[in-house]
Design a protein around this ligand. Structure first.
Ligand code: ZN
Length: 434
């Protein structure tokens, strides 16, 4: 196959599983050839693995390809995985990386077009289109969120109100004056803003019916709280990451049975982060993604560190797009406590069942005399009159039963745990502090 820097396959949505599979095969073969020809990084990596593009003839061959990691992106700074000439790049975005160098990703004009096209599917899947007003309260600038949410909103034909993050005063003013019916933000921001409109007594003048939220885990109980605070009908979880274009790579439909993801733009694998082998069907593991049309910085078996599982049940909406579950945390966030692997999502799930507490919690880990201790702080639900001691006992028992570890639990006043406009920090691991 001759190398071409442009993906030339069809751009329409696949009509059935057969067409989807065909798009994946074509996209994978194109990507492998494109990366091999255009990127010295990939060429070297393939050669080390003894792979040439001709070895990849169908999606079943994907496990012959070597993995890529976040470290590869940092090492190759500032233009990692670049597979096209510099003058084909029309934009860069950067992640908010907490340690070391930022991740910078490059986009060609076609990459931006593709991102906008599939992101606008997210709005359509959430029932948002012409006539809708969308308050976009996410970060603008180097981050992918603002640019992605806005371009796709306009592509979907809805009206964008690009307020950006924070600034509760302006958020409230626009909610009342422009009466948007859709809000896009993180779940922490949705909670904060929902509490604020109730505190100000303006909820009756606010018209938010649909909330599209992304970039952090949101428990079932936090979801219910947010819906109630706004009197909204739907919360949709949108997923994505800078390496894979940005947000908008999948969303749940109004049946909320799982996240439909755009399998005509990338292949999803779920692997065991320890053994790197595929997990059994439906098991929790790390998402690994391979792009099918990305020109600037294609991803080949990129280890995202995000934990989820695939969902094989059919969704009543009839979409051809397969589903994965909500993101259950990061494989890096896995807590190893007294020899047990714990994902924060497991604690979320248990706490969500307890009606005496609010959605906010924190996990504090300490080491005393060589032994690990875990303290879970939860906020009292102001609408309930339960006994704190009983609530603490219930949670302790539930965690013991479900995760097999002993913890301390403390009920604290509603509103006393830290709130944040971005991602709330919930795990405080002080075990390694002197
Ligand atoms: Zn569906």
């Amino acid at each position: 196959m001759t190398h071409t820097a442009k993906y030339t396959g069809p751009f329409d949505e696949p009509k059935n599983k057969h067409e989807l599979r065909d798009l994946q095969t074509r996209g994978l073969i194109w990507t492998v050839n494109h990366a091999f020809a255009g990127s010295s990084f990939y060429r070297k990596r393939f050669q080390e693995a003894g792979i040439i593009p001709d070895h990849i003839r169908s999606t079943d061959d994907i496990d012959k390809l070597p993995f890529t990691t976040a470290d590869d992106l940092r090492k190759d700074y500032p233009f990692p995985l670049l597979s096209v000439p510099y003058d084909s790049i029309v934009r860069i975005h950067s992640s908010s990386g907490t340690t070391g160098k930022r991740k910078i990703l490059s986009y060609t004009a076609q990459d931006i077009e593709d991102w906008t096209a599939f992101f606008s599917r997210c709005y359509r899947m959430a029932g948002v289109g012409p006539g809708d007003r969308v308050q976009i309260a996410v970060g603008y600038g180097l981050w992918t969120a603002g640019a992605g949410f806005q371009a796709a909103c306009e592509r979907a034909g809805a009206m964008a109100i690009p307020v950006g993050p924070g600034n509760l005063e302006m958020q409230c003013q626009f909610l009342v004056d422009l009466r948007p019916n859709v809000l896009c933000c993180t779940s922490s921001m949705a909670l904060l803003l929902g509490e604020e409109i109730n505190r100000r007594g303006i909820r009756d003048r606010v018209n938010i019916k649909t909330i599209i939220q992304g970039s952090e885990r949101c428990s079932e109980s936090m979801r219910k709280t947010i819906l109630a605070l706004f009197g909204a009908e739907h919360i949709h979880d949108i997923v994505g990451m800078t390496e894979l274009y940005g947000p908008g790579t999948g969303i749940d439909c109004p049946y909320h049975t799982g996240i439909h993801y755009w399998a005509d733009y990338f292949i999803l694998e779920i692997i065991d982060p320890d053994t790197l082998n595929p997990v059994r069907e439906g098991g929790i593991g790390e998402m690994v993604v391979t792009t099918l049309r990305k020109e600037g910085a294609p991803l080949i078996r990129y280890r995202t560190r995000d934990l989820t599982r695939t969902i094989s049940e059919k969704c009543p909406c009839g979409s051809v797009f397969p589903m994965h579950d909500r993101i259950m945390g990061r494989s890096d966030d896995m807590i190893i406590f007294r020899g047990v692997n714990i994902y924060p999502g497991q604690i979320d799930e248990i706490l969500s069942e307890v009606e005496e507490i609010s959605s906010e919690y924190s996990i504090e880990l300490e080491r005393r005399d060589g032994k690990d201790f875990m303290l879970i702080k939860v906020e009292r639900n102001p609408a309930r009159t339960g006994n704190d001691r009983e609530t603490e006992d219930t949670i302790r028992q539930q965690i013991k039963q479900n995760i097999m570890v002993a913890t301390d639990v403390k009920v604290v006043d509603y509103g006393s745990l830290p709130r944040s406009e971005r991602k709330s920090k919930r795990i405080f691991d002080r075990r390694w502090l002197p």
